[in-house]
Ligand binder design. Structure first.
Ligand code: ASP
Length: 345
């Protein structure tokens, strides 16, 4: 067993307190404060939803939205707000992030997350972690306390150990529903490719559940973050768009984006950065840039999913080309909305 692994496993008996950096309270300013979240895009349709399941998703989204907004309301930074919203959804097993993340082909959760500070252009990300309770917190620490942007696998977990973040046994993340989904995905992959030597191609999941947030704080600073277990039945070692800055997560001084969908398409299209580039260089409005990406550029390549996006004036977009997307927005102009389906609900 490698040294980092041995040390990591030894540490799992201990639950260290998460060492999260907190910004000092900020004085109130004139900027609107806004947070926009998503809890994944996919086949989210009324016909496939029970009343209990719908209520439970809405409650989960509500809790995350309000956790993030509370940070902004007390003068906290957009980075802390994004972290608070995402952490809430990572702890909620119905979303595909943290506990309740989807399983890879080997039946394990491999977690990816990223966060980006638009004001200063800093970013942190982790991929392939198996023991970090809240990967978004580790991504933040990579940004704040390491000279790097992306740490993966055992190296990321070694860094987590050094930083004293909460580590848990790999079994913590696994839920019976995700085990059932993996079995179903394997059955359907095998029936589609009965003669292939490795019938394990990941499928477009039915209900995705990756989580993300973008926020604008009272100082006018934008931030974006995303966290995921990836795609059911993915190959061991597969990394999606979520932790890749510019693909699933991006923030600048003027634009912040978090995506959810089939990551391979988001990577090839550099979705999050391209939306911000359309705003910056083509002077499109945020809504136009998001619309162009979701319903033209991404769709033409076959990519399915959605994004939440925000600009420095507080204009936001929550758009998708899949049947639905779990989403929510709350701002200081008094707007608060939670929705899941193609229509506004
Ligand atoms: N984008 C994620 C990934 O490919 C999955 C998702 O958003 O549902 O890893």
């Amino acid at each position: 067993m490698s040294r980092p692994h041995a040390r990591l496993l030894a540490s799992l008996a201990l639950t260290a307190a998460a060492a999260l950096l907190r910004a000092a309270p900020l004085p109130a300013a004139e900027h609107p404060i806004v947070i926009v979240i998503h809890g994944g895009a996919g086949v989210i349709e009324r016909a496939h939803m029970t009343a209990e399941r719908e209520a439970s998703f809405r409650a989960g989204l509500s809790a995350a939205l309000d956790a993030g907004y509370a940070v902004l309301e007390r003068g906290g930074s957009s980075l802390d707000a994004v972290g608070a919203a995402i952490r809430t959804m990572e702890d909620d097993p119905q979303f595909n992030a943290g506990r309740g993340a989807v399983l890879n082909h080997d039946g394990m959760c491999e977690l990816d997350a990223a966060i980006m500070d638009g004001a200063e252009g800093r970013a942190g990300a982790v991929a392939e972690v198996h023991h970090v309770k809240n990967p978004i917190d580790l991504a933040r620490l990579v940004m704040d306390r390491s000279p790097h942007v992306l740490l993966v696998g055992p190296g990321a977990e070694e860094f987590a150990l050094e930083q004293g973040v909460v580590l848990v046994p790999a079994s913590y993340f696994i839920t019976p529903e995700r085990v059932r989904e993996l079995e179903e995905a394997k059955r359907s992959a095998a029936s589609r490719a009965p003669t292939a030597p490795l019938p394990i191609r990941p499928q477009a999941p039915k209900g995705m559940g990756t989580v993300g947030a973008v926020a604008l704080d009272a100082q006018g600073r934008l931030a974006a973050g995303t966290s995921t277990g990836g795609i059911t039945n993915k190959l061991y070692g597969r990394v999606g768009d979520t932790p890749l800055i510019g693909a699933g997560t991006y923030a600048s001084e003027s634009c912040a984006v978090s995506g959810t969908g089939q990551g391979e398409f988001y990577i090839r299209q550099v979705v999050a950065y391209d939306i911000c580039a359309m705003v910056k260089y083509q002077h499109l409005s945020l809504a136009q840039a998001v619309d162009t990406m979701m319903h033209d550029k991404l769709k033409r390549t076959g990519g399915e999913g959605g994004v939440v996006a925000l600009d420095r004036d507080g204009n936001y977009a929550m758009d998708f080309n899949s049947p639905g997307m779990h989403r929510g927005v709350r701002d200081s102009r008094g707007h608060r909305e939670i929705a899941m389906y193609r229509d506004a609900n």
